[in-house]
Design a protein around this ligand. Structure first.
Ligand SMILES: *Cc1c(COP(=O)(O)O)cnc(C)c1O
Length: 474
């Protein structure tokens, strides 16, 4: 018997029983997930309480811990990799990326510097170049590998803030906002909530954002953008989070560039339209922007915790994000922390690299365009069943609504309760809507038809007279 937890851990690493156990559970999970309820059952949710316990005084047996995690935890996941989950904008997962992640989990690399992980530094360099190529971006673009678009947007706006101030002979890093010349953020009213948050975090103040109206699809109205100048940080969107609509980059980016403004494009899921010839008309002209934020974990289906900031002004990005310390040994090779706010980071680029390597250009094309095809199918089948689709399905997002607002909420509730598929709600031009985001490679044509059936049943159920209501008679 081992005498200390340290001895025990050496044994665990040596006999590998818990890793085999975890692997078996993972396979059991993935073998059943396509046919499981998309959302945990009431019964499963009730069992979550079984996890409640005091912090243990002494070590817990690892096998028992994994058993609990699987038997209580797995049924309480949403079946995101199953093909019938359409909430938020949530991607599935590419198997090769998952496998690469398993391997790199054993490496347990910390990745701020070349010296802390040569392999990660090297993969970051390769992936940066592939991203430029795939998205049709210029050679001066550098990439920072961050947790997601929230963080990537913050980085892009921080770089823009640094540059605009610097051009006005003001160093925002050392001098801060006190007494600074005025610069402004201009954004469309449909800008994502994380853009607003970044503006707040960076000290601009949400009330100081200059809002521009959007058209019925959620695109910024080009003609209503105020006169641009070298004190303007303009935020555009590749993919409205509700409708999937793209701003008119060809017209706006060039103008903004000539005026000396900084343009950031929030392309969390939509930037990938640039990677397929069949959809890259949507992102045309975006290459004139200064910075771009994009997720791996949405459209590209990498595992979670995968976002990228792409920036054409290396100096501004590094100045905005670089930390220093006497023990930080910078290298002439790539030091990832120069391009990210964090210092310690996991090796997330491994999964992005593996996804791109595995899919190749044609695989990315098939994946991205496939999402659009499934979304189009979804919209067409819904219309054929008498539903109203409120947006032009230009990418992967579909909005459905009823004139009767309570019916919209009822249908969402019934769909969710059916656990056949999962869709969320949202607000579109002031009215509640059903949001559908087709974002997983695992969603098949058959899945879509099955989900349309679930929509029909949910609507029928909502229209039925309520059984519990007393029938009034004369
Ligand atoms: C999802 C999303 C974000 C936020 O990205 P995270 O990866 O969740 O941090 C920002 N903008 C848009 C348009 C999004 O769809």
């Amino acid at each position: 018997m081992p005498t200390s937890i340290r001895d025990q851990m050496f044994q665990e690493m040596k006999n590998k029983r818990i890793f085999e156990q975890a692997r078996q559970y993972a396979y059991e999970y993935s073998d059943t997930i396509r046919n499981r309820e998309v959302y945990p059952t009431e019964d499963a949710l009730n069992r979550l309480e079984k996890l409640n316990s005091e912090l243990p005084e002494t070590p817990t047996d690892a096998e028992l811990l994994l058993e609990d995690l699987h038997h209580i935890g797995s049924p309480n996941t949403v079946a995101q990799i199953g093909g019938r989950y359409f909430g938020l904008v949530n991607g599935g997962v590419v198997p090769a990326a998952l496998a690469a992640r398993w391997l790199s989990d054993f490496w347990d690399q910390n990745t701020p510097l070349y010296v802390t992980s040569p392999i990660v530094s090297h993969l970051e360099q390769i992936t940066e170049q592939w991203l430029r190529q795939l998205l049709g971006l210029p050679d001066n673009i550098v990439a920072g590998f961050v947790s997601g678009s929230s963080m990537a947007i913050l980085c892009g706006l921080a770089a823009g803030r640094y540059r605009l101030f610097k051009n006005l002979n003001w160093d925002i890093n050392t001098q801060g906002f006190y007494g600074a010349p005025e610069i402004r953020i201009v954004a469309g009213r449909h800008a994502h909530g994380t853009v607003v948050k970044a503006a707040a975090l960076l000290g601009f103040g949400i009330d100081n954002i200059q809002w521009v109206d959007c058209d019925e699809q959620g695109r910024i109205k080009t003609e209503e953008i105020p006169v641009l100048d070298d004190r303007t940080l303009l935020i555009l969107q590749a993919g409205n989070v509700n409708s999937g609509a793209f701003d008119d980059f060809s017209t706006i980016c060039k103008k903004a560039k000539d005026a000396g403004s900084w343009v950031h494009i929030d392309g969390a899921f939509g930037l990938w339209a640039a990677a397929t010839e069949k959809l890259n008309h949507l992102t045309q002209g975006m290459e004139d922007a200064n910075s771009f934020s994009v997720d791996g974990h949405k459209t590209l289906n990498t595992p979670y915790d995968n976002g990228v900031i792409l920036c054409g002004d290396q100096e501004a990005l590094v100045k905005a994000l670089q930390a220093s310390g006497a023990y930080i040994l910078y290298n002439e090779k790539r030091d990832g922390m120069m391009y990210t706010p964090e210092m310690s980071r996991r090796a997330r680029v491994v999964e992005l690299w593996a996804t791109l390597k595995y899919l190749g250009k044609s695989g990315v094309d098939e994946l991205v365009y496939g999402l659009h095809q499934r979304a189009t199918q979804f919209a067409e089948e819904l219309k054929a069943e008498g539903f109203t689709v409120l947006n032009d399905v230009v990418f992967n997002q579909i909005l459905v609504g009823f004139d009767d607002e309570t019916l919209t909420a009822q249908v969402i509730e019934n769909i969710q309760a059916s656990r056949e598929c999962w869709v969320g709600g949202g607000s579109w031009h002031g009215k509640p809507v059903i949001r559908i985001s087709v974002c997983s490679w695992a969603t098949t044509k058959e899945d879509i038809s099955r989900c349309v059936d679930a929509f029909v049943s949910a609507r029928d159920l909502s229209m039925e007279p309520q059984m519990s209501m007393p029938v009034l008679s004369e």
